[in-house]
Design a protein around this ligand. Sequence first.
Ligand SMILES: [Zn+2]
Length: 450
Amino acid sequence: MIDRRTRPHCWGISHRIDMKVLALLIVLGVYAVAAKQSFHGHRLVSVIAKNKEQLNVLNGILRTGEPWVDVWSFSGINRTSEIRVPPSSYGLFSRLMRTAKIPITIMENDIEMLLERARQPSLGPHEQASPYISWSGGYTTHTAYKRYQSFVDIMDGLKSSFPNLVQEVGNLSPQTYEGRNIAYIKFGTGGSKPAIFIESLIHAREWISGGSIMYFMDRLVSRYSLDADARYMLDNYDIYVVPVSNPDGYEYTHTNNRLWRKNRSQQQGNCRGVDLNRNFEAYWNTVGVSNQCSSDIYCGNSVFSEAEAQAIRNKVAEINSGGQTLLAYLAVHSYSQLLLTPYSYANVRPENAVEVDNVARLMNDALKAPFGSNYQWGHGPDVLYPVSGASDDWAMLGGGARYVYTYELRPRSSNPGFSLGPEHIIPNGYEFWLSMVAMACNMNAGAPSC
Ligand SMILES: [Zn+2]
C-alpha cells in the first residue's frame, strides 16, 4: 500500500485560520528551547480532520508550530497528520482536539525512546540478504550519519583521489547565518556538459537525505572504472551537489535538537529560523507557509531573505551565466517515500509536464526495483497540498531547469520518521542511485541513450 497521506517537508495550508485557536496558542506563549533537548515524554500522535472546520483547527496549530507542538506531517481532509506533542502542551492539545471533536491516536508515548530504538538496526530480511548492503568498495564508509565537517573532508578527499572525475570542490556564496561555508562539489570529466544540480539537507533533521547523497557521490567516482552506469552519468553530465544545504541547522540537530528543521538565523525577538524551502522566489508567501517565526514553515520576512537560499540561487545563476544548460534539479528530503513533480505552488503543470512525468515514472520504477520499497510519484499538489517559495519551483521558474524533482526518501511513516537508523543509508542510497541513473538515461539531453 502506498501512503498518500503524509508529506513532512512541504505541508500545505490554506490562508484561512481559526482565530479562536490562534488566540489560544498566542496565550500559551513562546519559550526558548534548552540546550541538548530531550524528548522524553513527548508523544507522537496522529489526527484526521473530517471536515473544513476541523482542518482549520489543525492549520492553526501548524502555523504556530514549535515549540508548543511540532508537526511532523500535515495533510488534508480525511488524511492523517502526525504531530509531536511535548508533555507541557498535551493538556491544551487534547482540549483543543476534544473541542474540535478530532480523535487523537497516540502512536508513540516517548519520542526519546523512538530516537533510541533508531540506533538498533532495522533493515528488512530482503535488504539484509542483499549483496548491495555489504557494499564497501567506496572511498568512505556509509554506516553512520556524518557531521558537516566530515562531508567537507570527504568531498576534498574525493577531489584529491579522483582528480579526473571531480572538477571543483568549493563554497557557495554567501556563508550561512552562523558563518559556515556551504560546500559544493562538481563532478565531471571535462568540457561543458548539461548540468544536474542536487540539493539536500535544506531541512536539517532529514539526515537520511545527506547519507544517501554521500553514498551517491562516493559510488559515482569509486565505480567509474567498473560500472557502465557511473561512466554514463559522468561522461554525459556535469553533476553539482550541495549535500548539506543548511549546515547551521544540520549541526544544531547533532548538538542541541535532533528534530530541528529550519536554518538558525535570528528573527523577531529570540525566535530563530526560517524554513529555507519556503524562502525561494516562487509565488513566495502565497500558500503553504506561516508568517510566524515559531512555525516550522515560516517563510521569512522577505523572498530570499536567507543566506542559504541566496547561496543556491547564486550558484545556479553562475552555472547559467557560464553558458551551461541546467538540465535537471533535484531537491532531496525525507520522509514519506515520494517522488514529486512540479509545480508545487498550485495545480499548474509546466509546459513539458509529459516528459517530466515520463522520466519520473522511470525513476520511480528504478527506485523500487532492488528492495520493493513503496514509493509514490506524482504532482505535488495532487498528491497532497500546494506550497509556495520552494526550491523546486524556483529551479524551474527562475533557474531554468527542464527536469525538476523533489524526493522524500525513507521511511514511509512517522515511526521511525526522522529517526531512521543509519543502516538505511546504503539501501536508500542505492535506491536513489538507481533512480538517478534512470533519470540521466531518459532525459532528452541530446546524449546517446544508456
Ligand atoms: Zn524536507
